[in-house]
Design a protein around this ligand. Structure first.
Ligand code: OAD
Length: 463
């Protein structure tokens, strides 16, 4: 490969936003399975093909019983995936020979529609998003590191780690008076109860297409999530304390409330953007303003218009003595209005996110996941881009069951960080609670605020 090809290939491998979502992969596999069944019916074969049996067997060692690669080769790839993380694994195994993507997929028992296999012959990289999703699924089955289990282990890790990644979500701002999204009293439950908006799903309030079809809906609601007079929580200040100790590699925040900045945290990435700026929705204009300029419109539930587009329309109208209809209505989409630079579903994350993940993955030595359900990609998949050998501690009101965490400190994050700070001898705005209760012999520890309904049924995953 030439240098330019090399660079382009590397870029493709590392783009985090091109990941296929899990449902899309299921859909492809269903399609392929249907094709196979039809073929077998046509040929009058019994339903015992090697590919079917390999697919139904999900255990790690036998998930590649059939395929063009030797089992040892597949084992090597999976070993690298777990040890060095997805990006490095792709760089090692795919970059030198992209046609291996198909071989790996087949060897892992992934079934693909025939049309896709034919296309992939000519353009192997078209299967890359599928391979990444398959790898993410494998990494989600990350094995818990057996030697980290107790609160004391978590404290030791905080004491000795030098490059900590904090991955946080709405839960860390709940005590500031800002609801999270998916809890029973979260934003989505509120939207569903109010039923004054015509939304198939409450999360569509943050969907780009829905917004462009009817921005008035978002602007009748946006004032309620606008970060007005909120103050950071003790959890925000705990992250600041990690930074003051020179241990914060990066804080990845999914929150749009900018309380990280208010707490003085510097090494923070706003993965889902913020209200700090706003951009015109017309792709031909993209005029950007400081968020303060649309604040009044948001607070009074008005749609903020783009000054540039209005100016252009006026000039055109004077010239032609009439407003050009095509400018007024672009295929029924609301172009020429300002949208806060918060990331909606269907939008790419800020480039900074991708750059930071690539820079951090070789350095991170501890991951703290705080106040997030880890349900929204690509941030939720962040852990799969870091080496699985990095210890991971969860601080959350409810457990996370779809990814293995090493230590689970469950409860409200403020008392939990109060306890950790007391033990570490760090200052904290929240008083330390009593020592937590351990659930059996597990790695789950209960602090004030822990939601025990989840815990009773879900602790087994942690053993
Ligand atoms: P979620 O509402 O999905 O998850 C918040 C998590 O915080 C839940 O697991 C709660 O149990 C936990 N929690 C609530 N209060 C807490 C407290 N006081 N202390 C500790 N934990 C607490 O919010 P996110 O994971 O942030 O995206 O959601 C991710 C993304 O989904 C958001 O950024 C937003 C949303 O759709 C967009 O709008 C694009």
């Amino acid at each position: 490969m030439t240098d330019t090809q090399d660079l382009a290939a590397l870029q493709r491998l590392t783009e985090l936003d091109d990941d296929l979502d899990s449902d899309a992969l299921d859909h492809l596999e269903e399609e392929a399975e249907k094709e196979l069944m039809e073929e077998m019916e046509n040929e009058n074969l019994a339903c015992q093909s090697p590919s079917m049996s390999s697919r139904s067997d999900e255990s790690e060692s036998s998930d590649y019983v059939f395929g063009p690669l030797a089992p040892d080769d597949v084992a090597d790839i999976l070993h690298d995936l777990r040890e060095v993380g997805m990006v490095e694994c792709l760089r090692r195994h795919i970059m030198p020979n992209p046609s291996r993507i198909l071989d790996i997929l087949l060897s892992l028992g992934v079934m693909l529609p025939r049309s896709m296999l034919q296309e992939a012959d000519e353009e192997p990289y078209m299967l890359l998003p599928i391979l990444k999703m398959v790898f993410i699924r494998i990494l989600r089955q990350r094995q818990k590191l057996p030697h980290y289990n107790t609160v004391d282990d978590a404290i030791q890790l905080l004491r000795k780690s030098k490059r900590i990644v904090v991955l946080c979500g709405a839960g860390i701002s709940v005590s500031c008076g800002i609801p999270d999204f998916r809890s029973k009293d979260g934003i989505y439950a509120i939207l569903a109860q109010e039923s004054k908006y015509e939304l198939d799903d409450p999360s569509d309030m943050f969907d780009k297409e829905t917004f462009l079809r009817d921005p008035s809906m978002f602007y009748s609601f946006a004032h309620s999530i606008y970060p007005a007079n909120f103050e950071p929580s003790p959890t925000h200040y705990f992250v600041r304390e990690i930074e003051k100790h020179g241990k914060l590699l990066r804080m990845y925040s999914q929150n749009i409330d900018t309380l990280e900045q208010k707490a003085g945290i510097e090494r923070v990435v706003q993965c889902h953007g913020s209200f700090a700026s706003a951009t015109c929705t017309d792709p031909r204009c993209k005029y950007q303003v400081d968020g303060q300029e649309i604040r009044d419109a948001i607070m009074s539930k008005r749609i903020p218009m783009c000054k540039m587009c209005e100016e252009r329309r006026k000039t055109k109208a004077i010239k032609r003595q009439k407003i050009d209809e095509s400018d007024e209505d672009d295929h029924g989409l609301a172009f020429g209005i300002m949208k806060p630079d918060i990331t909606f579903f269907g939008e790419k994350l800020p480039d900074e996110f991708e750059h930071c993940v690539l820079a951090d993955r070789d350095q991170v030595d501890l991951i703290l996941v705080m106040g997030t359900s880890l349900k929204v990609a690509p941030v939720a998949d962040l852990l799969s881009h870091f080496p699985p050998s990095v210890p991971t501690v969860l601080i959350n009101r409810t457990p996370i069951t779809h990814m293995a965490m090493d230590i689970l400190l469950l409860g409200d994050s403020d008392p939990i960080v109060g306890y950790l700070c007391q033990q570490l001898g760090w200052p904290c705005e929240h008083a330390a609670p009593d020592a937590p209760t351990r659930v059996g012999d597990s790695n789950v520890w209960l602090f004030p605020g822990a939601e025990t309904d989840h815990i009773a049924t879900e602790t087994t995953i942690t053993d």
